[in-house]
Design a protein around this ligand. Structure first.
Ligand code: GRF
Length: 189
């Protein structure tokens, strides 16, 4: 399966997916890494791996989110992309793109959904006094972080945790869970 990975920044989950895809039996090939931010650090890393890094800056499109997405979508179709993995892509998608890729687009979110949709998930979990946190892989649907769940991983919240220490613990699990979930889904597709 020809996949595209969408990022907006550091791209550590993208890196985990690309590394996993090096296994000869992995059911996906990453053909392009897309970022809305031309300065995203992950783009350079992708290039260093021989993967096409494509920046489609959202800023020239102003408020027209759909036009930005149509530009990206055209690039994906030109490359024969069949499946999208959102990995720290920080733009809210329009219903147009979601519909185009329904059943063929997944996201990773750093909370145990349905808890803590949106931002600052680790801070919110600590403030709530939760005993555990984690990450979720889900299908992308019209509502932000609301699509059907695919997989979750849990970590404990420890005494003295800050959002940063908790984020690091969760991120380790994200890097394990995302490739495993992609392998699972694409093997069944
Ligand atoms: C991850 O925690 C991901 O779950 C969230 O944003 C972060 C992106 O990190 N959506 P990275 O760019 O993959 O390193």
């Amino acid at each position: 399966t020809r996949i595209a990975i969408f990022i907006s920044g550091r791209g550590s989950n993208m890196m985990a997916l690309v590394e996993a895809a090096k296994a000869p039996d992995f059911p996906a090939e990453c053909v392009v890494v897309v970022s809305n931010d031309p300065a995203a650090a992950g783009l350079e890393w992708a290039t260093s791996q021989g993967i096409e890094a494509l920046a489609v800056d959202h800023r020239p499109f102003g408020k027209d989110r759909e036009a930005h997405e149509r530009a990206i979508d055209t690039e994906l179709r030109a490359r024969g992309v069949e499946f999208i993995c959102l990995a720290g892509y920080m733009r809210i998608l329009t219903p147009w793109l979601v519909t185009q890729w329904e059943g063929r687009m997944i996201n990773i979110h750093p909370s145990l959904l349905p808890k803590y949709k949106g931002l600052h998930t680790h801070e919110r979990a600590i403030d709530a006094g939760d005993a555990e946190a984690g990450c979720s892989i889900h299908w992308v649907s019209a509502g932000v972080d609301e699509g059907a769940l695919i997989a979750q991983a849990r970590v404990p919240i420890l005494e003295g945790d800050t959002p940063d220490t908790l984020a690091a613990r969760v991120l380790t699990e994200e890097h394990r869970l995302y490739p495993a979930a992609v392998r699972d889904i694409l093997t069944k597709m």
